[in-house]
Design a protein around this ligand. Structure first.
Ligand code: ACO
Length: 311
């Protein structure tokens, strides 16, 4: 029998089977998964901030309860994903340290400000909508723990997307001032949402290898196109305009032609120079420091239980 671990790994990938934590895997596969899952986890955690900004100012008690639940879900997704990354041999402490010192990235989108209540709607519709388009294929990712985590995350993301869509729908069918708020939010969030899918395929460092390993199942540009096509329909129902004068159906491609986001801006935001990068990281550092007593208390409690020999 062929006992070469590299052959076994390749055969599993080819057969669309899952790689599990105890299986042999190439170092580069492990490394790219840690990078992607950690960046994903950090995005969920940092992503609590833009909307958290509106919890205390939500327009009704009902809206507040929904938003609170949504932001708590994001925290849950972050913890879930850190746990998935830990199966690859890193610790959560290491990953948190890499985030706080800026050595690992999080999604560009969370460096934009939430200026009004309608932004909460636009984030749900566009940002969570983009997240779903990107993450549903990750449910079929070749790494078992990541793929399984994505199933639950995607279910919750669909609820998030619906709640945003519903907020915009209410505003768009409200007074002229409410409609204007909704349109303004869509105008500001459209291009940053398109940029979430990453650089164009020609500039994407990892896509080719990640697709060969079936970590990514579609390229950045393919997913971006899928997202655009979906949004055009939904914007029609909302009766809101997508801020792209060149958006039009291309009969030949059976897809919409659209204006690309500003990739130079994406690179600036990724490298730390977006509208809110400083604020987001400062806030996270402060929250982490303020939470140290919780971690100490939890560790002391566990130590006590162990001394008393209780599970
Ligand atoms: N924001 C920040 N960094 C980005 C973004 C972005 N929108 N897009 C790409 N990058 C980074 C990549 O991490 C990579 O950086 P690195 O080499 O220093 O690690 C570099 O830009 C080049 O990009 P790619 O080679 O295309 O990177 P990759 O193959 O990892 O594709 C993608 C990027 C599509 C974001 C992929 O990592 C992915 O699908 N991640 C999982 C989903 C995710 O993280 N979502 C977070 C936002 S959604 C949410 O949390 C609600």
């Amino acid at each position: 029998a062929d006992t070469d671990p590299q052959h076994y790994f390749t055969a599993l990938i080819e057969a669309d089977q899952k790689i599990e934590p105890r299986d042999w895997m190439p170092d580069a596969y492990r490394k790219t998964l840690i990078r992607q899952i950690a960046q994903h986890a950090h995005s969920e955690i940092i992503g609590m901030q833009p909307e958290g900004n509106w919890i205390s100012r939500a327009p009704s008690l009902g809206r507040k309860a929904i938003l609170l639940a949504k932001v708590q879900d994001e925290a849950g997704h972050g913890l879930y994903l850190y746990a998935a990354a830990e199966t690859l041999g890193v610790t959560r402490d290491e990953l948190v340290e890499l985030l706080l010192t800026g050595r690992q990235k999080y999604s560009s989108i969370f460096n934009y400000p939430t200026l009004g209540w309608a932004d909460v709607g636009a984030i749900g519709w566009l940002v969570d909508g983009a997240a779903i388009v990107n993450q549903v294929p990750l449910c079929r990712c070749s790494y078992g723990p990541y793929a399984r985590a994505m199933i639950r995350v995607c279910k919750e993301e669909s609820f998030h997307q619906r709640q945003g869509y519903e907020i915009l729908h209410r505003l768009a069918s409200g007074t002229p001032a409410q409609r204007a708020m909704a349109q303004d939010a869509v105008d500001r969030w459209w291009y940053p949402s398109l940029a979430m899918f990453g650089p164009p395929d020609t500039d994407s460092t990892h896509s080719q290898q990640s697709m060969a390993w079936k970590i990514k199942r579609f390229s950045n540009d393919d997913l971006r196109q899928r997202f655009v096509d979906m949004c055009v329909q939904q914007a029609g129902v909302l009766d809101l305009r997508l801020p792209d004068p060149d958006l039009r159906w291309n009969e030949q491609r059976q897809a919409y032609d659209y204006t690309q986001p500003d990739y130079a801006e994406l690179m600036r935001v990724i490298s730390g120079d977006g509208p809110c990068n400083r604020q987001r990281i400062d806030h996270r550092r402060r929250a982490h420091a303020d939470g140290s007593w919780v971690r100490e208390a939890a560790a002391a409690y566990t130590a006590k239980r162990q001394r008393e020999d209780r599970p």
